[in-house]
Design a protein around this ligand. Structure first.
Ligand code: ZN
Length: 332
């Protein structure tokens, strides 16, 4: 009996009570202070169900939310010189990099993937604010160049999610050089007549706002995102005036013509799918096949009915796999 109660029973208890009850089951909304259940929040794409505050999310969540069936291929990005200036503030730059890599599991602040959005091929680049404030340095510059090249190769639109505190000061002028460099990369995309869609997320500031993040053919933002070059506090201190409420927030910028739309995260995939469908040439390509069949019928009616049909559904799916394969082959 002793052996049972003293040795076996405690072990049994240990096994049965050892349930995972991590501390992070509840998350406090930074905006309204409401406690939110972890799995509910995750199901809600990290948007507070009480005040609709959009929390910051990383590349993996973005890719999972946006690509069809959460299927995508991550691009291996080119290596860049580590710590070219041997920079050190309170800590060595190499140490900061190491910490950020351990924290996020990413090599640097920009991740690029390709896959499909409602059947259309697309390249998506996501900047991760968790990685040293998403700062723009050599690696991010390289990632944007690579994303642009891939989009051109695949004849696919490039969708970029920006989120950054600005340029990476640890790389000094080399990080500032990424501003013209990424601008040229986006220019090449435009010369290839491919759409560049930017989704500005909280916060997009500094050198990122002053370069690629404002060059989109279509500028979208998530609600409440801070978008600016210099932050409100700096401006207030400089001009010594109180700024209007909501200054530099997405809704304010939309009202003042800096954005095309502010889209809730839950509607983002649908909106992007619709836009990609509208701006790519894919709609025109299937026409020869249908034109052959309906040559005798007047053409305007045919196109009219086509447009009323929901995009990205039955009428398009047969062509998609073949085309995507071609694109992939071309990419290889
Ligand atoms: Zn909230």
């Amino acid at each position: 009996m002793n052996w049972l109660t003293n040795k076996v029973l405690p072990k049994f208890r240990q096994l049965t009570t050892k349930q995972d009850t991590p501390d992070n089951l509840w998350i406090k909304c930074p905006e309204c202070g409401q406690m939110l259940f972890h799995s509910d929040l995750e199901a809600n794409q990290n948007v507070c169900s009480h005040c609709q505050h959009h929390m910051r999310i990383g590349p993996t969540e973005r890719f999972n939310n946006l690509f069809d069936e959460a299927k995508f291929d991550l691009i291996e990005l080119p290596e860049v010189p580590a710590d070219p200036l041997k920079f050190r503030d309170s800590k060595k730059y190499t140490e900061r990099l190491k910490e950020a890599r351990n924290k996020t599991g990413n090599r640097d602040a920009m991740s690029v993937a390709h896959g499909k959005i409602s059947g259309n091929p697309a390249v998506i680049a996501v900047q991760n604010f968790n990685f040293m404030g998403g700062s723009l340095g050599l690696a991010v510059g390289e990632a944007i160049v690579a994303a642009s090249k891939l989009a051109i190769l695949q004849k696919a639109p490039l969708i970029l999610f920006s989120s950054a505190g600005g340029a990476r000061m640890q790389e000094g002028i080399l990080s500032l050089m990424q501003m013209p460099r990424t601008t040229v990369a986006i220019q090449r995309l435009k010369e290839s007549r491919l759409p560049f869609i930017v989704v500005l997320t909280d916060p997009t500031t500094g050198g990122v706002t002053a370069s690629y993040a404002m060059l989109g053919d279509i500028q979208i933002s998530e609600p409440g995102a801070l978008i600016c070059f210099a932050g409100p506090r700096v401006i207030e201190e400089t001009i010594r005036e109180q700024l209007p409420e909501g200054f530099q927030r997405a809704e304010f910028l939309l009202e003042h013509g800096m954005l095309d739309m502010v889209v809730h995260r839950k509607d983002l995939k649908e909106t992007l799918a619709r836009l990609v469908d509208l701006v790519t040439q894919r709609k025109k390509k299937p026409e020869p096949a249908s034109a052959k069949k309906t040559k005798k019928k007047p053409e305007p009616k045919e196109t009219a009915t086509k447009e009323t049909a929901k995009p990205g559904e039955a009428d398009k799916s047969p062509e998609d796999p073949a085309k995507a394969e071609k694109n992939l082959k071309a990419a290889e």
